[in-house]
Write a protein that binds this ligand. Sequence first.
Ligand SMILES: [Zn+2]
Length: 158
Amino acid sequence: MANHSINQVLLVAGTHGNELSGLYLQKLIRDGVYHADRSTFQVKNTVGNPLAVKKNTRFIDIDLNRAFSSADLESDANEKRLAAEFVKQHASNENQLIIDLHNTTCNMGATLILLSNDPYYTRMGAYVKQRMPEANILFEDRKSWQDQPYLCTTGEHG
Ligand SMILES: [Zn+2]
């Protein structure tokens, strides 16, 4: 990955419909309580799985955050349709960083999961650790970017 000139951040919440922290952050942004835009980038908000959010459930048919592997077979599951739509809308934006916000059921504290050990991400991890020493930085980079099944690997940066 050569060019990392990010000018847009796509903030995704509700990828798992029963995880509320990201949705709450989006509400704070909508209400003007928190200003997410910076001088070098603008933030766009979207909800990953609106129907699952409405039903307060993790997913309808299958886990949306495992539905993004290019190796997956076609399926008419609600989440495969959502994944295909998300890819169509967001995959080609080269200047965009996708951040997918989750909650967890284990008491692991604030954790940044990075899916590549490319210097861009090791620097991102170092920056977050410097600003927020209590944060955990987790590299989950055993698979290639293309083979990752996660929503935030849809585009070039996530
Ligand atoms: Zn989740």
